[in-house]
Write a protein that binds this ligand. Structure first.
Ligand code: G
Ligand code: G
Ligand code: MN
Ligand code: NA
Length: 253
């Protein structure tokens, strides 16, 4: 309960921060976008999302928290646009209950207008499991977001048993191969079979495909051989505070 009221105040007290992990195109070794990951600066501690997102979801605080993240990502995109000519998108993780809200598109419109960035400055990640669980209530948002130019990426892909038939009807632009398959690449034949299948599926649907959780050169090489050149992971960079992302930002122009 104490944590809950502290989290409640965290937004107004300006205790939340976004860290950013670059998405890399290994063909050029350049950043092609970044994923925003929330942290809570509590006293001199930096609390990772695993320790407060579940509570936020239970208590409903996830709604103002997510809106804060969207607004902050739009602001950051503008700052990087001005300082570095940044024109890629920042991916924000949203739980399905946000996609179920009919005012999601209006909120995003408000934030990007406020900061004067295009809608495509914001990309949204929804987990495959979340998507499939509430498919019917999430679909209207996906279409409306797609219409205004906000791209949707399916996070943790390969873990959620989604129906191929459904996927082809959804206005999504990217799938992120789940870290668990990437981890076992070059170790178990099953993992490379799954990754090969995901890449083939994504290609045939005209989707962009990115591998997350890339930690070793070996994994990177296997992925390249499978014709997947977009990657994210500790091999390239952990999630960084905004000022430390500058090394990558300076390369995007
Ligand atoms: O950064 P870290 O590895 O601790 O993130 C753990 C999990 O928290 C990840 O699954 C990530 O998607 C999720 N997460 C990080 N930031 C946010 C956020 O802003 N909103 C939501 N809903 N989840 C987030
Ligand atoms: O669920 P989601 O994909 O949003 O999770 C993002 C989380 O994954 C972040 O907390 C981030 O710190 C973590 N992460 C990013 N790169 C790597 C990596 O290479 N290895 C591992 N184990 N975790 C990573
Ligand atoms: Mn994610
Ligand atoms: Na993920």
């Amino acid at each position: 309960l104490e944590l809950e009221s502290a989290l409640h105040k965290a937004i107004e007290r300006d205790e939340l921060v976004l860290h950013y992990q670059p998405k890399i195109d290994v063909r050029t070794a350049r950043m092609v976008g970044a994923e925003a990951l929330m942290r809570w600066r509590r006293g001199n501690q930096l609390v990772p999302p695993g320790e407060f997102i579940p509570l936020a979801e239970e208590t409903g605080l996830i709604v103002p928290l997510s809106e804060w993240a969207l607004r902050e990502a739009a602001r950051q995109a503008k700052v990087w646009q001005l300082n570095f000519g940044f024109s890629e998108s920042i991916a924000v993780n949203l739980p399905n209950r946000l996609f179920e809200r009919s005012d999601l598109v209006e909120h995003i419109h408000q934030f990007v207008s406020q900061w004067g960035v295009p809608h495509r400055a914001i990309q949204l990640e929804i987990t495959e499991t979340g998507l499939m669980k509430d498919l019917q209530s999430v679909i209207p948002s996906l279409h409306r977001l797609n219409e205004v130019g906000v791209e949707i990426s399916i996070d943790d892909f390969g873990t959620g048993y989604s129906s191929l038939a459904y996927l082809t009807t959804l206005p999504i632009s990217e799938v992120k191969i789940d870290r668990s398959f990437v981890r076992d690449l070059g170790i178990t034949p099953q993992s490379s079979a799954v990754v090969t299948a995901i890449i083939a599926l994504a290609r045939s649907l005209g989707l962009q495909v990115i591998a997350e959780g890339v930690e070793t050169l070996r994994q990177m090489e296997v992925l390249r051989r499978l014709d997947c050149s977009l990657m994210q992971g500790f091999l390239f960079s952990k999630p960084l505070p905004p000022d430390e992302l500058e090394r990558w930002l300076a390369q995007t122009v």
